[in-house]
Design a binder for this molecule. Structure first.
Ligand code: NAD
Length: 352
């Protein structure tokens, strides 16, 4: 029998723990090692998930020849150097979102992964949720007809993250604010459902109005972003993302983050699908019919299915649901949203 892959997790915060739980639940790979500078977090992680090896410095984990692949859950500014070092050490990479801080960095990773024939994958557990998989199946069977518009939403009223060392609100360590943190989830969800068309231009504006809500020494990123993206196939996307805002009561209250809504709606000539609550709005001989849909919630969660896809891709058993090409295009859209906001006008998105 083939030996199970040995995985290392770098960064032991919430996403690191979600990936560790997915490894434990799925059983298709072994959690071999972990790395985190923060001793308290590292010790708690070791106690709960019992990796064979544990390091403060992730470079030591990368030097371990027994490690096949790493899952990178570090602050955004470390995604590029850690992913590059991992690829250079011959490890397959699953990196948390955003893939990098910009498209130029991601392009370097794409070249490195291609040159070394390694799997590069960016973490997007939302691509694997039951609702998303059902919606994707409807799109693929042509039930929506031609997709011409999508609305991507990830808004919070009081949900500004800070992170260990307050890196989330500092541009040089985060790459940006609400857009690159949660807008990237919303954008990728609709873009994936649309079949990842090539983006062509964007008009956007980002804002910082709520920096008084958290106590940090540097807050130089946006807390909200709004964008209108055009694609070469003629389709358009409207994106809204916020960490903070005085949101109305059609955005439901949550335990954390004040009010919060995560949603994707894909509009097609034959039907429209909305993920939350999952519903199809379908044209039946000219009449608009509402079709409630039920996704199976008792299946493995998004992190577990994502891990299965990543491991299957390394083993040559599955087609990866995302890849470095998509990560480059996603970062091109993020770069262009910031560029449009600074310029105060629509900007083209040119492939790097
Ligand atoms: N997929 C998701 O839904 C999701 C959710 C939350 C965060 N994330 C992403 O995960 C990443 C981490 O976010 P977080 O909320 O856990 O941040 P965090 O600040 O809470 O945790 C980062 C961890 O990295 C460790 N670290 C920092 N520098 C290190 C280094 N040089 N070597 C080893 N360890 C180091 C810190 O000690 C800390 O434990 C971010 O990129 C974020 O965007 C994804």
């Amino acid at each position: 029998m083939k030996e199970k892959l040995k995985l290392g997790i770098i960064g032991a915060g919430w996403p690191g723990q979600m990936h560790a739980q997915a490894i434990r639940a799925g059983g298709e790979a072994n959690l071999y090692g972990c790395a985190d500078l923060d001793e308290r977090r590292r010790t708690a992680f070791e106690k709960e998930y019992a990796p064979e090896k544990s390091f403060a410095d992730y470079h030591e984990l990368l030097q371990d020849r027994r490690v096949d692949a790493v899952i990178i859950c570090l602050p955004n500014f470390l995604h590029f150097p850690a992913s590059l070092a991992a690829l250079e050490a011959g490890k397959h990479v699953l990196c948390e979102k955003p893939p990098t801080m910009n498209a130029a960095e991601m392009k370097v990773l794409r070249e490195e992964a291609t040159k070394r024939n390694l799997v590069y994958f960016f973490s997007r557990q939302f691509r694997f949720t039951p609702a998303m998989r059902l919606a994707k199946a409807l799109v693929e069977e042509g039930r929506l007809g031609k997709i011409y518009h999508a609305k991507a939403t990830f808004v919070r009223s009081r949900g500004i993250p800070v992170g260990v060392g307050n890196w989330f609100t500092e541009k040089k360590r985060s790459g940006g604010g609400a857009l690159i943190d949660i807008g990237v989830h919303a954008l990728d969800s609709v873009w994936y459902l649309m079949g990842t068309p090539r983006p062509s231009s964007v008009s956007a504006q980002v804002f910082r109005n709520f920096d008084h809500l958290v106590k940090v020494s540097v807050f130089d990123v946006e807390d909200a972003a709004y964008a209108f993206i055009r694609f070469e196939n003629g389709a358009v996307v409207q994106l809204e993302a916020s960490w903070a805002g005085n949101l109305p009561d059609d955005v439901p209250p949550r335990k954390y983050f004040g009010r919060e809504l995560i949603n994707s709606t894909i509009f097609g000539t034959k039907g429209t699908v909305r993920l939350n609550p999952l519903t199809l709005f379908e044209d039946k001989n000219g009449e608009l019919v509402t079709v409630p849909l039920a996704a199976k919630e008792d299946e493995p969660n998004g992190f577990e299915l994502q891990l299965r896809n990543f491991v299957g891709s390394i083993n040559g058993e599955s087609e990866p649901v995302n890849n470095a090409d998509q990560a480059v295009a996603l970062m091109e859209m993020i770069d262009a949203i910031y560029a449009s906001s600074s310029a105060g006008r629509e900007v083209p998105i040119v492939a790097l």
